[in-house]
Ligand binder design. Structure first.
Ligand code: ACO
Length: 468
């Protein structure tokens, strides 16, 4: 127990494992559309790694996949049986669907050569050759890689993307258990080396109030018996209808916040692990009952963000997803921005699920304002002022729903009230908790910045100056 506890708590002191710094491939995209790597030379047998294969999907269908890793299936005495478990990435699915399948469910793809040629052709297509004027007056050709997709991979160069894929290609933990829930993990999390050394851990046990993690359940239960709290550390800033929210300062609750980052990394592919938690505030969302406060999700936020982000990372544990908790967390982040009298936006790039959830939230809020609106004129900045949603996100959402039209040299908001009502009801008729701002006991974190360009006032002023 002592060793495991030390390992868990050493999370705070452990040196960072070198993982790629930012993002994964765009949502739903193949791992990489570039030419697949050649099979490795030294092999333990079976189908070579990096081969293009067909693998059975959950519904029994055979799908195109890439074989990323393999292990012997061993008998009771630990001897190899000559059969293998293969770790595959399905070409058509997000990395979170990567999984182990046994030899019966993987076969070589007769069309592998065709797929390879196709990947090669795509790779060439992705390179655009441009001519650039040299200083001596001549021209030279430069190759520019076209962006694969505008999404999660944004901001990450090809080399970094490959490195990220290579280092994190196989999940190191199959399941996590926290409180009453057991969940399959989605991605690799760079756990401290004392706890994990290249082997695959079947289940990692998190204590739900301290978030310390253990390889053995008995160790976690011994830790739980001694742990004094039945809730996360930090200040409770919201409590209403079974939901309680705690605010934690990363500088004060370092260990908890770092453990939280390890947990979140199992479900967030494209975010850097936050080793340095000091500049962040963490908001932990719990459901409470007579047994204590049960972890549902969290979001982190920089104490001061020059880019105007009001949320850095958001997570609702998979066992709570699609029940409205994501919307609750997002709504909460905007309620804080409203109290601060600032505009806010989530840190980019968004994951596929982040994008879907934010679009749903923005639509719900903006259409809610539009349906109530009675006056003669409503501008984008009015919507910003009412909702604290950044002007770019307001515009993008209205454009997505086809509400912005170009008319007589200017952009106007143009819609049918019945359509607004129908859209609003679609997003409003949703299960799940809703934030009641009157139950929020919170004061903004004091910042020392003199001219804060993200206040609503500054934004309105900037827009007026632009128009003059
Ligand atoms: N498929 C389709 N639509 C989805 C899905 C999905 N898997 N998940 C969410 N949505 C859309 C739907 O419109 C949904 O509304 P509906 O259920 O009424 O159809 C809406 O988003 C909101 O759903 P919620 O139930 O409120 O959100 P949820 O509790 O599932 O949490 C969250 C959303 C936090 C993004 C969760 O999926 C998650 O933690 N994912 C893993 C981590 C992640 O990707 N975080 C975002 C990274 S980007 C960033 O941090 C800035």
């Amino acid at each position: 127990m002592a060793a495991a506890a030390a390992a868990a708590s050493s999370a705070a002191a452990a040196p960072p494992v070198p993982i790629a710094s930012a993002v994964a491939p765009a949502p739903g995209a193949p791992r990489s559309s570039k030419k697949p790597k050649k099979p490795e030379k030294e092999d333990i047998g079976g189908i070579p790694t990096n081969s293009l294969v067909l693998a059975k999907w959950r519904d029994g269908s055979w799908r195109r996949a890439t074989l990323l890793h393999k292990q012997h299936i061993r008998d009771g005495a630990g001897e190899p049986t000559g059969r293998f478990n293969y770790y595959v990435h399905y070409d058509d699915f997000n990395r979170r669907m990567d999984t182990w399948v046994n030899s019966d469910n993987v076969k070589e793809d007769p069309d592998a050569a065709l797929r390879e040629a196709e990947a090669e052709r795509k790779e060439k297509e992705d390179v655009r050759v441009e001519k650039r004027q040299r200083e001596d007056g001549g021209t030279e050709e430069i190759a520019t890689f076209l962006e694969e997709q505008h999404g999660e991979a944004e901001g990450m160069d090809e080399a970094a993307l490959r490195e990220h894929e290579e280092v994190t290609k196989v999940k190191n933990v199959n399941f996590v258990e926290i409180g009453r829930h057991r969940m399959e993990t989605w991605y690799f999390s760079p756990l401290p080396k004392e706890l994990w050394q290249d082997e695959i851990i079947d289940t990692l046990y998190f204590h739900e109030h301290s978030l310390r993690f253990f390889k053995h359940k008995a160790e976690m239960l011994r830790h739980a018996a001694k742990w004094p709290l039945k809730h996360p550390p930090g200040d409770e800033v919201y409590r209403h209808q079974g939901m309680a929210v705690f605010e934690l300062d990363g500088a004060k609750e370092k260990e908890y916040c770092q453990n939280l980052s390890y947990l979140a990394k199992f479900f967030l592919d494209h975010k850097t692990l936050q080793w340095d938690v000091d500049p962040f505030l963490f908001y932990v969302f719990t459901e409470y009952d007579e047994f204590g406060y049960h972890f549902v999700g969290y979001y982190s936020k920089e104490k001061y963000c020059d880019a105007g982000y009001n949320l850095a990372c958001i997570l609702a544990l998979p066992c709570f997803q699609r029940r409205g908790f994501g919307r609750f967390i997002i709504q909460f982040s905007y309620e804080l921005s409203r109290k601060e009298r600032r505009v806010g936006s989530p840190e980019k790039p968004l994951s596929d699920l982040g994008q879907l959830s934010y679009r749903a939230y923005w639509t719900w809020v903006l259409f809610g304002v539009l349906r109530r609106f009675q006056g003669p004129e409503l501008s984008i900045m009015d919507l910003v002022r009412i909702t604290s949603i950044k002007p770019e996100d307001v515009m993008a959402t209205l454009q997505y729903h086809g509400l912005i039209k170009y008319y007589n040299g200017t952009y106007v908001l143009c819609t049918d009230p019945a359509l607004v009502e129908a859209k609003f009801q679609k997003y409003n008729n949703k299960k799940g908790p809703v934030v009641d701002p009157s139950k929020l006991h919170w004061a903004p974190y004091p910042i020392t910045v003199k001219r804060d360009k993200w206040t609503i006032r500054a934004k309105l002023q900037a827009r007026t100056e632009e128009e003059m």
